[in-house]
Design a protein around this ligand. Structure first.
Ligand SMILES: [Zn+2]
Length: 879
């Protein structure tokens, strides 16, 4: 799929400025699914005015070149050189008008990059380097220009023709054809180009910006999905208002489009004024989408909208700087969701996600700083590190500077860089200059990979009433980087008395006493903080609101954890204390399991859960988060050598034990929450459903569970409750599960998004039988290996969320998955690379499994013409 340069490392330090300004791009498409002709005209002006000529380098892949001219002269193949993905015109004059005409074949494009076919309509995906599959152009983010796009097509087949910017004209042509012209007044990099052509239905609304601009909002979907767009529209309007109120940022064009497609490699794409979305993040109706789907839609609609400023108006100089736009925009969408719903619940979900997806990345073969120093295939760096860890670094600026200081920095950032392609250093400089602080050391977070560990010890002196916390930070060597430096770590701390009272914090070094949380700054490897006037040995409440993305080590006793769970004012600390307690209980039973000893349930965990279940004052969604046991992958990360079966057995044992001991409380709480009220979308209703379904998941492990699950399924009027019931029945291997699944299938077989859920429910089921089920499901008419959502739902879930299935001791899961990676690589290298990363943690397992996984990695690596995408992943894993 890739050209000959795959496998070559590209380094950040080798960046050179593009020597030309591209004044304007005039581009014309004659659209057809089989053949599309693209004519482009652009004027190149040499930046260095002392020179009279210079080579022009353009990028292109899989383009059938029909003609190429320079200042009116047609060029022959002797006049330029094509090598790999570049075309070079030597010594072009200082002002050069280039015209190109190429042909491309959208229907044959299974990589879903460039222009491709989805169902009956055509659409584009250009980030990171898809524009070069459309036409010859300097396809790099620091080349920004204005675009005028004319689209021509058959009117009955492609009645809707969309591109970026405002519509400038349209008309009918002979032979049932028509044309539409779009013009985007804002200079943009090519990765933000988009076009859509097809027969789509639309939902329209309006938004009036603070300065009075009327913006037309249109969501385009396939006609049968028109009744599922309301939540997306509401989310868009909320996002537009929120960005004005919180960030003082207003929308800048007269129109905003969202188009939903079933065939998309990513979540969504922020193309200027023409966002293209995976339909998963647009379509929702209570009977088709879960509460998590609704929340996901709100977050992703917000995310892409917020990119209009953080990404589009100010973009990245090169792809190494990806976190400049992504880390910042993820931070903004997290804040949006937090302001729309429960801040504490959103925060906990973000932290859970960071720990379970990003920490393993730091510890694995693809470890990289949020701003990587090199890559083979940039598509492999759309990672949890760049996005989620990147967002936590932005959050640390916010923690250090406060909301007002952070907004001052944002304002200066836009004043300095609007319309430019810049770097993370520019962002840091704006934050520092606006607040008159030095952030140079803080900048290490951009260049250092790995998860820092902070080891904390304490000492209480009853005679002097002094309490000292000693912090030691280390970052273990990572795959990409041996030597680590001390980082600037914001450390938010509180101290509780044994009865749960918050103690005033007064540092011995002088500041006034603070009630509640004190924010300290750790800048050295080793630091001590002594508090005075502490009347008793306190319980430390550490890293409140998770003030830095670190692993926190402190030898908490069960009593201390219980105090935090019951009394701490910080939602993260409470939740983390409950997770710690559950984690140590599970890991302890895992050890007993390995030694052949009987497992047992800890009294302190029972007591803590009893307290959580009896809490009628806290947000039910927070209680649900506290009772969700750490997942098997996260537990695996805590072990030296992963004991797949031991973790599974121990976690089950603890869950069943809690269920059986506390079944009366679970049943009471379930009955209270299962109040027969009709479905509502409010965040209060979602919180109640979250807790109800956590209670159900425990109750399913008791005698009454099956009938409760069946009753909930029967009476459910929404997908959240339906799914919780069916998934529960499947997991306990209930005799009712088969019928529940087949009823679900007959109801939804024509609905691709809902069928994704049906695949997930089956692929996630632990145990050795699931592999055959997955094989069987690949033959199902609703499955297609060409569709990324299906691949993620069936193959992704099996390999990444079903440890006992994937890691079957005989290696059958590995062999099956390697076959799929190889099969996918010929179709869609980006998706193949994502799937290949399921093997990334192979060195963490026992000798037998290690050998089995290594064999599969070697088998993939040996495939002829393997894409750069997959080759980078497997070769890094093997190294
Ligand atoms: Zn983004």
């Amino acid at each position: 799929m890739k050209d000959g340069i795959s496998g070559k490392l590209i380094y950040r330090k080798n960046y050179t400025d593009y020597p030309w300004n591209v004044d304007h791009l005039e581009i014309y498409f004659d659209i057809g699914s089989e053949n599309t002709t693209v004519r482009a005209e652009m004027e190149f002006l040499l930046k260095d005015t002392t020179k009279t000529s210079q080579d022009i380098v353009l990028n292109g892949v899989d383009l059938q070149l029909l003609s190429l001219s320079l200042n009116g002269d047609l060029l022959s193949s002797a006049d330029y050189a094509v090598e790999g993905e570049t075309l070079t015109i030597p010594n072009a004059p200082a002002s050069s008008v280039i015209k190109t005409e190429v042909r491309i074949h959208p229907a044959n494009n299974s990589a879903l990059e460039g222009l491709y076919l989805s169902g009956t309509f055509l659409l584009t995906q250009c980030e990171a380097q898809g524009f070069r599959k459309i036409t010859w152009f300097p396809d790099r983010p620091d080349v920004m220009t204005t675009y005028r796009v004319t689209l021509e097509a058959d009117k009955s087949e492609f009645p809707i023709l969309l591109s970026n910017g405002n519509q400038k004209g349209s008309g009918d042509l002979a032979g049932g054809r028509h044309w539409v012209c779009w013009e985007d007044p804002f200079p943009k990099p090519s990765y933000l180009f988009a076009l859509v052509a097809g027969d789509l239905a639309l939902l329209e609304d309006h938004f009036t910006t603070r300065s009075g601009r009327d913006v037309v909002l249109r969501i385009y979907v396939e006609a049968e999905n028109l009744d599922r767009c309301e939540h997306a529209m509401e989310s868009l309007i909320n996002a537009m208002r929120w960005d004005e109120e919180r960030f003082n940022l207003e929308y800048d064009l007269d129109i905003y489009h969202i188009v939903a497609t079933n065939d998309f490699n990513m979540g969504a794409m922020e193309n200027k004024s023409l966002n293209i979305f995976n339909s998963k993040y647009v379509l929702a109706r209570p009977d088709t989408a879960t509460d998590a789907d609704y929340q996901g839609i709100e977050g992703v609609i917000g995310h892409e909208y917020f990119h209009n400023w953080t990404g589009n108006r100010v973009t990245c100089r090169d792809w190494f700087e990806l976190t400049l736009k992504e880390g910042l925009t993820v931070f903004r969408d997290e804040e949006f969701s937090a302001d729309m719903q429960s801040r504490a619940v959103k925060r906990i979900r973000v932290i859970r996600d960071l720990r379970s997806r990003q920490f393993p990345e730091d510890d694995g073969p693809m470890s990289h700083p949020i701003r990587p120093d090199h890559y083979v295939e940039i598509n492999n760096f759309y990672t949890a590190t760049v996005y989620q860890k990147g967002a936590t670094i932005i959050r640390m600026y916010h923690t250090l500077l406060g909301e007002a200081g952070f907004q001052k920095g944002m304002k200066l950032y836009f004043e300095r860089h609007d319309g430019q392609a810049v770097t993370c250093d520019d962002f840091l400089a704006a934050m520092a200059d606006a607040n008159d602080v030095n952030l140079d050391r803080f900048g290490r977070w951009y260049s250092q990979s790995g998860t820092p560990q902070v080891h904390i010890s304490d000492h209480y002196d009853a005679a002097t009433q002094e309490y000292t916390l000693t912090l030691e930070q280390t970052t273990p060597a990572t795959h990409d980087q041996k030597n680590k430096q001390a980082l600037v770590i914001p450390f938010a701390v509180g101290l509780l008395a044994a009865d749960g009272r918050e103690l005033p914090l007064q540092l011995k070094t002088g500041q006034d006493a603070v009630k509640g949380t004190r924010l300290l700054l750790m800048e050295e490897k080793h630091q001590e903080y002594t508090f005075i006037n502490i009347p008793e040995l306190p319980v430390p409440s550490l890293f409140r609101d998770y003030s830095a993305p670190v692993k926190i080590f402190y030898p908490y006793t069960p009593e201390q954890l219980a105090t935090l769970i019951t009394h701490d004012s910080d939602a993260f600390v409470k939740w983390d204390a409950a997770q710690r307690m559950a984690q140590s209980a599970i890991l302890e039973q895992c050890q007993r399991h390995a030694k052949g000893l009987a497992m047992r349930l800890d009294e302190s965990l029972l007591k803590a859960f009893r307290g959580i279940l009896s809490d009628r004052s806290a947000d039910p969604a927070l209680l649900a988060e506290a009772m969700n046991l750490p997942d098997e992958d996260y537990l695996a990360e805590q072990m030296e050598v992963v004991d797949v079966d031991g973790i599974h057995a121990a976690r089950r044992f603890i869950k069943e034990g809690l269920a059986s001991e506390l079944k009366v409380l679970f049943a009471e709480r379930y009955a209270e929450l299962n109040d027969g009220q009709p479905y509502r979308k409010s965040s209060r209703a979602m919180a109640r459903r979250a807790l109800k379904n956590v209670c159900l998941s425990y109750l399913l492990d008791t005698e009454t569970g099956e009938s409760l699950g069946a009753a909930q399924l029967k009476s459910s009027d929404n997908m959240t409750d339906t799914l919780a019931a069916i998934q529960g029945l499947v997991l306990i291997d209930s005799a009712l599960a088969g019928t529940a699944l087949s009823d679900f299938e007959s109801e939804w077989r024509a609905d691709p998004l809902v069928m994704d859920k049906w695949f997930i429910m089956q692929a996630i089921k632990p145990g050795l039988g699931t592999l055959n089920k997955v094989r069987e499901l690949m033959q199902h008419e609703a499955f297609s290996i060409q569709n990324p959502n299906k691949v993620r739902s069936l193959l992704g879930v099996f390999s990444m969320l079903n440890p006992t299935g994937f890691h079957a001791a005989d290696g059958s899961g590995y062999a099956f998955h390697a076959d799929r990676v190889i099969e996918l690589d010929g179709l869609n290298p980006q998706m193949a690379a994502r799937m290949a990363s399921a093997f990334n943690r192979w060195k963490r397992y026992d000798e037998d499994r290690k050998a089995l996984m290594k064999t599969q990695l070697q088998r993939i690596a040996a495939v002829k013409n393997l894409s750069g995408d997959v080759s980078e992943i497997v070769n890094n894993a093997l190294r």
